[in-house]
Design a protein. Structure first.
Length: 261
C-alpha cells in the first residue's frame, strides 16, 4: 500500500545516551536497559532504511537523557521546519542541539519563540489540516504561535485536547494515511476525529496507538497482537519493534524520529 502523503526520503534519529536512566517518566516502572534500548534503536533505524530512505543518525547526548525522542524538537513540513519549545524544562536544550542538522536539511527554519510551549509529540499532520493537542507539555500560547507560522505556509491548524493523564496527543493516536487515524477509544470519544476514518486499537492495547506510517510500512510497538492483526487486515504492512525499554520513559514509535517529507 502506497500513499504520497507518507513518501519520506530522509529521517533523523539519535542514539540513546548512557544516561537514559535519568530520563523523565510519568510513572516509575523501573529503569530502561541501555543495551536493550540500543538494540531496539538499531532495529528501528534498519526498518526505516529498508524503505530506501536515508537515516541521519545523530550521536548520543549524555547531558540530555531524553534526547533520543527527537520528534519533540521540531515539526517538519514540506515548506520548512519549525523548531519547538518543549514544555519540560530539562528538555529545552535539545532544540539547540538539533537545530544545526535541521538547518542543513531545510532552507526555511522558523522557531517557536515563546512564552508558550509546544512539543512535536502533540502534533499530527493529516491530508487536510494540522491537529495539535493541548497537554501538560503543549499550552495555548504555543499552539497559537505555531498556528501563525503555519498559516503563512497555507496550513489550517486545529487545536484539540489530549485526555487527562496522557502525556502527548500522539500517545493515543497516529496517522495511517491522509484520512485514516489509529486511535484509542478514549481519544476518539472526544470527537476530535469527526470526518476521518478511525481505526481503534484493541481494548487493553492502548499503547499500540503510538505508531508511525513511514513510506510503505507501519512501525508499531511489539506485543499488541490484536491491533497488529487489525492493521494487517486493513491492508497495512506492519513491522513490530521492541519498545519495552523506551516505554519506561513514556516513549513510542513516533518519538524516535523526525520524518522529512
Amino acid at each position: 500500500m502506497t500513499d504520497p502523503t507518507f513518501e519520506f526520503s530522509r529521517a533523523i534519529t539519535r542514539r540513546p545516551a548512557s544516561t537514559i536512566a535519568n530520563g523523565l517518566r510519568a510513572e516509575d516502572v523501573g529503569d530502561p536497559d541501555l543495551d536493550g534500548m540500543l538494540a531496539a534503536h538499531q532495529a528501528y533505524v534498519a526498518t526505516l532504511k529498508s524503505t530506501g530512505a536515508e537515516v541521519i543518525e545523530l550521536g548520543p547526548l549524555d547531558t540530555f537523557p531524553d534526547a533520543q525522542f527527537v520528534e519533540d524538537t521540531a515539526l517538519c513540513l514540506p515548506q520548512g521546519v519549525v523548531l519547538m519549545r518543549p514544555g519540560a524544562p530539562s528538555r529545552m536544550g535539545e532544540v539547540a542541539e538539533m537545530a544545526p542538522t535541521l538547518h542543513d536539511c531545510y532552507d526555511t527554519v522558523r522557531a517557536i519563540e515563546g512564552p508558550g510551549h509546544i512539543e512535536g509529540g502533540d502534533i499530527i499532520v493529516t491530508g487536510r489540516e494540522i491537529l495539535v493537542g493541548r497537554s501538560d507539555r503543549t499550552d495555548a500560547e504555543g499552539v497559537a504561535e505555531l498556528a501563525r507560522i503555519t498559516s503563512d505556509w497555507g496550513h489550517k491548524l486545529r487545536e484539540v485536547f489530549t485526555p487527562k493523564g496522557v502525556l502527548h496527543f500522539k500517545t493515543d493516536c497516529s496517522l495511517m494515511d491522509a484520512e485514516t487515524i489509529l486511535s484509542t477509544h478514549r481519544l476518539d470519544a472526544s470527537g476530535c476525529f469527526d470526518g476521518y476514518r478511525v481505526l481503534h486499537v484493541a481494548e487493553g492495547e492502548e499503547a499500540a496507538a503510538n505508531a508511525i506510517r513511514f513510506n510503505n510500512l507501519v512501525l508499531m510497538a511489539a506485543g499488541f497482537p490484536r491491533t497488529a492483526d487489525m492493521l494487517d487486515r486493513a491492508g497495512y504492512e506492519v513491522v513490530e519493534i521492541d519498545n519495552t525499554d523506551c516505554a519506561k520513559l513514556d516513549g513510542g514509535m513516533s518519538c524516535l524520529s523526525l520524518r522529512l517529507p
